[in-house]
Design a protein around this ligand. Sequence first.
Ligand code: GTP
Ligand code: MG
Ligand code: NA
Length: 457
Amino acid sequence: EDEGEKTLRSPICCIMGHVDTGKTKLLDCIRRTNVQEGEAGGITQQIGATYIPAENIRERTKELKADAVLNVPGLLVIDTPGHESFKNLRSRGSGLCDIAILVVDIMHGLEPQTIESLNLLRMRNTEFIVALNKVDRLYGWKTCKNAPIGKAMKLQSKDVQLEFEHRTTQIIIEFKEQGINTELYNKNKDRGETYSIVPTSAISGEGIPEMLLLLVQWAQKTMIEKLTYSSDIQCTVLEVKVIEGLGTTIDVVLVNGVLHEGDAIVVCGYQGRIHTTIRSLLTPHPMKELRVKGAYIHHKEIKAAQGIKITARNLEHAVAGTALYVVGPDDDVEEIKESVMDDMRNVMSRIDKSGEGVYVQASTLGSLEALLEFLKTPAVNIPVSGIGIGPVHKKDVMKASVMLEKRKEYATILAFDVKVTPEARDLADDLGVKIFISDIIYHLFDQFKAYIDNLKE
Ligand code: GTP
Ligand code: MG
Ligand code: NA
């Protein structure tokens, strides 16, 4: 690389907002994928990452005739869930990003998790743009597939334009009530003080060109320092997942630096620090979602910014949301150990275990945290005595069976998005341990509640 000339890394952009505003669908529209329709219950329950190369952004924005200004390699987009139980993942996503898209449904305006997301972004001083999504639902909307919104808007009838103006004005007022100035992107003369609103449709693609261009231009204009590539490794564990054929893997976001196959790494573990070696570095193809199982590309080394799946030994107890460290030849391992333990204390304080309660099992640490959070909410209020990640095995049934003597109704496993092995199923039947399975977080509560109500009769 040229000395003196600064290389920029890809900006990391988090997509946030209330449930079902169209976050995943907007990404599907950009990627030309169909991730959203494959989601259980149509809701996002994991955090994801997608790399969008500059050439794709150039292609999608070429009608705007602004390609000359693209000088970042691409954009790394982090998808987050909007369902209220997943605040931990929204927080994790917003903590990582350089810039964000806050998605608002034009038919609904600001909703509870819009405001929660807004507060997370404000807390960290993160720049964002507002995608005012689902404009195609305005009565009488004329579809202009993938067109710039400026062009599409001119083709609409007077009635559609009036309804659009009316709803947008109302939403600008709702933002003002939250202490935030917003304005339509093409009227915004005061960027920096006033956040830009881009109308979009994730179904027919209007406004996607402006949304992409605005994001990249704004990042390049105001964040040069932050986006200047640094070789100091900055890497966060997004999720810990068991993948058939790969074992326990970690999905990470590499913000800065280079990772190599064979690097010695230290990550935070529930049972102490984990010192291991990178076996393989995998990424999905560009424009594909990291959280969706698919064909992976193997890399000998990989440079930031990227979303990466790492395979290595001993990752079973790794803690999502914590930093990954690479131990270089001159590094002080003791110092690294100390930093790892700091992260650990942070995460453990979010998970509490009481003496009596149900056993909870989930597919990833992120979803486990979300499930614990959900079970703690006053309306639900189910105590938890034990936790596990991955499929339900006999040992989990054994642990849950301890409650048979104390509180029979708690001799129950709430299994979220995981399989139960046949041996575990047989043992549970023998012992009288109940197992409830669902891939939708709140259905577990409904099943458990029906069971408890039944017991009381
Ligand atoms: P969570 O991740 O669960 O918070 O939801 P989300 O914000 O990712 O929304 P999602 O992409 O799952 O979309 C929710 C529903 O709205 C789906 O049925 C989509 O097809 C629909 N939808 C999303 N965007 C649009 C849009 O621009 N226009 C219309 N008409 N429907 C949309
Ligand atoms: Mg989603
Ligand atoms: Na959804």
